[in-house]
Ligand binder design. Structure first.
Ligand SMILES: [Mg+2]
Length: 239
């Protein structure tokens, strides 16, 4: 039997936003346009409104990808007459996938977990695109400590659905009480753990902590990697 730790990826071990910003800066500069402090904010805002349109069925993915860069070209200083927004979008997606950014202290934390907790197995349970998750993990060196990566895209199911966790658990092939889910999101990680009846740790809790813990039946909270290590150490000794 092992201690099976299931970690959410974004804003738990990796900083999605920092990675996205870095990739955007690289591709905008490479396109001969000027990247400024506003560029990332403009991109975020536009991207968000386009995703809402896509969810309403008013837009295709390709249109979304085209429009978000067309908009950015128009807002940026420099000549964009020769630029193809879809090509720049492809470069952006690729660049992001090789530019993972760790949350501060994440690598040391994972190394310590592997070293100090007997029979620790570390898994990633993430919603998103497979190449993006796997590439970013590898680019930070985290991959050396991870036993397996579960990503919603290749699995065909996403957190918080019980099917997502059923697939992970079936693959891990050990009793449910040897597993613990750690994540920052209430609506995907904590709700998912509740739906699947897995022990949960809410990482970096915010807002009405007590109310949320009740609502999502959260077992533990941790506000730093040091905190998290202690929570996981105690859980593993008790198990
Ligand atoms: Mg997250």
């Amino acid at each position: 039997m092992h201690h099976n730790f299931l970690f959410d990826l974004d804003m738990t071990l990796l900083d999605f936003h920092a990675s996205e910003r870095k990739a955007l800066e690289i591709v905008i500069n490479a396109s001969g346009l000027k990247f400024t402090e506003d560029t990332y904010l403009l991109f975020k805002e536009k991207n968000k409104s386009l995703w809402l349109e896509l969810e309403k069925g008013n837009l295709t993915r390709t249109e979304l990808f085209r429009q978000r860069f067309m908009y950015l070209f128009e807002q940026s200083e420099g000549d964009h007459s020769e630029l193809d927004p879809l090509k720049v979008n492809d470069e952006f997606i690729y660049t992001m996938s090789i530019n993972g950014v760790l949350m501060k202290g994440a690598l040391e934390f994972v190394q310590k977990l592997k070293r100090e907790i007997p029979d620790a197995r570390i898994y990633i349970a993430s919603n998103g695109a497979t190449i993006n998750a796997e590439g970013r993990i590898k680019s930070t060196g985290l991959d050396k400590y991870i036993d397996k990566i579960y990503v919603s895209e290749w699995m065909g199911v996403a957190k918080p659905s019980p099917e997502f966790f059923d697939m992970c658990l079936e693959d891990i092939a050990e009793p449910k009480d040897t597993c613990i889910m750690i994540g920052d999101s209430l609506t995907s990680d904590m709700l998912g753990a509740k739906n699947a009846s897995i022990t949960s740790v809410w990482f970096m809790p915010q807002g009405d902590i007590e109310g949320s813990m009740k609502k999502y039946e959260i077992d533990y909270c941790a506000s730093s990697f040091d905190d998290l290590f202690e929570v996981l150490r105690k859980w593993s000794e008790k198990m």
